[in-house]
Design a protein around this ligand. Structure first.
Ligand code: KG4
Ligand code: ZN
Length: 419
C-alpha cells in the first residue's frame, strides 16, 4: 500500500551511454525519517555498441536512447505493477502538443504515441530527468521524453544535475550491497540515508568528470579541485584501448591489475608518473592555493603510449601496465582526497561516479580513511555507473522543496556545473 505522504518519482537518465528509467517511492525529509524503495527499474547499456569507437559516439547514443526509452518505461511500470489511471485516449490538443515537443525525435514520437494510447496515466507525482552534464544530443532525448510525459500526464518535472545524482546515491544506506541482483533487472532495493555529518567531501570520478567537491548542506556545493585534462574514467578507457582491451576500459584494467597482484607477478614496467601529486600543500599556508586539489591524467596515458608504441606487448606486460596504471591513479586520487579532508575538516568522504566501482580504489580509500577515523560512503558497485535510481533520488529531494522546472524553460546543458 502506498503511504499517503510518500511520493512516486519517475527517474530518466540519458546523459551518456546508459538509457535508464525507474520508478521509486520515497518519503520523509533529508534526515533520519527518509526512506525509499525501487518499484521498477530498467536499464540498457549501449557500451557494446560504442566499443568499436573506443568511446561514446554522441549521435549513436541519441538514436539508441530514442529507441530504448519507451520499452524501458513500459518495463519499469510493469515491474512496479502501476495501475494505469483513466482511459488511454489522446485528445487532438494532446496530439498536437506531442507533435511539437517531439518534433526532433521522430522515432520516440512513433513509439510513444501508441504507448500513451494504450497505457493511460500512471500514478506518478514527479518526473526527474537529467539535464546535464553529458552529451547534449543524448540529454535532449531524455528531456523531450520527460516533457512529453509531463504534458500528457500533467506531472511536474524536476531537472536533475547528473553529478548530484551520483552524490545522492552514495549517501544512501542500502544495507547489504552484496545481495543486490543485477541492476539491469528486478532491483528490489530500498534504503535510508546513511549516518553521516556535513561537511562532506565528494570525490566524483566518472567517464567525464574528476572533481573534489565540498558540501556543507544538502544542495550546496563548492568545487575545490578538478581535472585539467582527462577524467579518471576517460584515462581508464584510453589506456585500455592502448592495451588492446575492450570498452569500457575500467573493468578490464581492474581485472588485469587484480590478476597481476594476485599472481604476485613482479613489475617489469617502469613506474608511471603520479601527475600533480606534489602540488604544494595548503596546510598552514593560509588557505588552499590554486591547483592543490586539481588532477591531470593525460600524461599518464601518454606515458603508457610510449611503453606500448611499436612494441610486442606480452600478456604479462599488459598485466603489469594495468596494475601500475591503476596504482598511479589510485595514489593520486587518494593523496588529494586525504589532503582535502585535512584542509577542509570534512568528517565524511562520499565517492561517486563509474570509477567508484573500482575494487582497488574502494579498498584503498576504505583502509586509509579508516585509519583516520573518517567516514567513507561508497555506492553499491552495480549502482556506481549511470542509472536512473540516482536521478530519481536526487529529484525527490528537489520535489520535496517544490523545485520544479517549467518545461518550456528546460534545456540540456552539456557542461552543467555543480555549485
Ligand atoms: O558514471 P559513469 O557510468 O558515466 C559517466 O557519467 O561518465 O562512468 C563511466 C566510467 C567509464 O570511463 C568506465 O571505464 C569507468 O566509469 N568505470 C571504471 C570501472 N567501472 C566503470 N573505472 C575503473 N574501474 C572500474 N571497475
Ligand atoms: Zn555518471
Amino acid at each position: 500500500m502506498r503511504h499517503n505522504l510518500a511520493m512516486r518519482i519517475l527517474g530518466i537518465e540519458t546523459s551518456c551511454d546508459e538509457t535508464a528509467v525507474c520508478l521509486i517511492e520515497a518519503e520523509g525529509d533529508f534526515g533520519p525519517s527518509f526512506k525509499w524503495k525501487v518499484l521498477g527499474n530498467a536499464l540498457i547499456s549501449q557500451a557494446a555498441l560504442h566499443a568499436e569507437f573506443g568511446g561514446v559516439f554522441p549521435n549513436l547514443a541519441k538514436r539508441e536512447h530514442a529507441k530504448n526509452l519507451v520499452p524501458l518505461l513500459e518495463r519499469a511500470l510493469k515491474e512496479s505493477s502501476q495501475p494505469a489511471v483513466g482511459g488511454g485516449q489522446l485528445t487532438n490538443s494532446q496530439l498536437s502538443t506531442l507533435n511539437l515537443i517531439l518534433e526532433r525525435e521522430p522515432e520516440l514520437h512513433a513509439s510513444l504515441i501508441p504507448f500513451l494510447k494504450h497505457r493511460g496515466k500512471s500514478d506518478i507525482d514527479a518526473i526527474a530527468v537529467t539535464y546535464g552534464p553529458g552529451l547534449e544530443p543524448a540529454l535532449w532525448v531524455g528531456i523531450n521524453f520527460a516533457k512529453a510525459l509531463s504534458a500528457v500526464w500533467d506531472i511536474p518535472i524536476v531537472a536533475v544535475n547528473h553529478m548530484e545524482g551520483h552524490i545522492v546515491l552514495s549517501l544512501m544506506d542500502t544495507g547489504n550491497t552484496e545481495s543486490h541482483s543485477n541492476v539491469l533487472q528486478n532491483v528490489r532495493m530500498s534504503g535510508r540515508l546513511a549516518d553521516f555529518e556535513f561537511p562532506l567531501l565528494a570525490l566524483l570520478i566518472s567517464g567525464g568528470h574528476t572533481e573534489l567537491i565540498l558540501s556543507k548542506s544538502f544542495g550546496t556545493y563548492e568545487l575545490i579541485g578538478q581535472t585539467r585534462d582527462d577524467a579518471a574514467g576517460e584515462a581508464f578507457d584510453k589506456v585500455a584501448r592502448l592495451l588492446g582491451l575492450g570498452y569500457p576500459g575500467g573493468p578490464e584494467i581492474s581485472r588485469l591489475a587484480a590478476e597481476s597482484r594476485r599472481e604476485g607477478i613482479p613489475l617489469h614496467t617502469p613506474a608511471l608518473p603520479r601527475p600533480m601529486l606534489h602540488a604544494p600543500s595548503a596546510k598552514g599556508s593560509g588557505g588552499p592555493r590554486e591547483g592543490n586539489f586539481d588532477f591531470s591524467f593525460s600524461g599518464l596515458k601518454t606515458a603508457v603510449r610510449r611503453l606500448v608504441e611499436d612494441k610486442e606487448v606480452s600478456d604479462e606486460d599488459r598485466m603489469g601496465i594495468a596494475r601500475e596504471f591503476e596504482d598511479a591513479v589510485t595514489e593520486v586520487l587518494l593523496t588529494k582526497t586525504l589532503r582535502a579532508v585535512d584542509v577542509y575538516g570534512a568528517n565524511t568522504v562520499v565517492v561517486g561516479g563509474g570509477v567508484s566501482a573500482n575494487t582497488y580504489i574502494r579498498s584503498s580509500l576504505s583502509s586509509q580513511l579508516e585509519a583516520r577515523s573518517s567516514k567513507l560512503l561508497l555506492p553499491p558497485p552495480e549502482l556506481a555507473t549511470d542509472n536512473a535510481i540516482m536521478i530519481a533520488l536526487a529529484g525527490y529531494f528537489h520535489a520535496l522543496k517544490k523545485e520544479f522546472t517549467e518545461p518550456s524553460e528546460l534545456a540540456a546543458n552539456g557542461s552543467l556545473k555543480l555549485g
